[in-house]
Ligand binder design. Structure first.
Ligand code: DCM
Length: 132
């Protein structure tokens, strides 16, 4: 039996902007921008994993709001799921895995080089951001 592992990423919104994070590793992904997140640990729900990952990687407290429909293939054995989330507390800092962060307005969301697999979810996140 093969088990597919879930990577959960967050479209974090704050004051009408979307948070983008530039990866510093691994070499084949470094320099590309993503919605920050990481792998579910055994026993965790996706929202629990998202809150933990954003705390570890960015030093912030967040509240998952809702899932963006869809699931996107990553490397073999992994799929990406995306949730929108609100920033509750803290100023994001690139503590792990990233070397730059940006808050993007909807107009500027295409100014960074998003990982291909993140693009559909980024487009949907921006549509929600615009809708308020
Ligand atoms: N990943 C991705 N898009 C994201 C978050 C993660 O494609 N928004 C991929 C990169 C890694 C894997 O998921 O191959 C695990 O991520 P991490 O290394 O951040 O745990």
């Amino acid at each position: 039996m093969t088990t597919v592992r879930v990577v959960v990423a967050g479209a974090v919104f704050h004051q009408g902007r979307l948070l983008a994070a530039r990866r510093s590793a691994p070499p084949e992904l470094a320099g590309r921008w993503e919605l920050p997140g990481g792998k579910l640990e055994p026993g965790e729900t996706a929202p629990e994993a998202l809150v933990r990952e954003l705390r570890e990687e960015l030093g912030v407290e967040t509240e998952p709001v809702g899932r963006i429909a869809g699931e996107w293939p990553l490397k073999p054995g992994y799929v990406l799921q995306v949730w929108t989330a609100r920033l509750l507390a803290g100023e994001p800092r690139p503590l792990e895995d990233h070397d730059e962060l940006r808050w993007l307005t909807p107009e500027r969301v295409d100014e960074v080089d998003w990982l291909e697999q993140d693009r559909p979810a980024v487009a949907e996140a921006v549509a929600r951001l615009r809708a308020g």
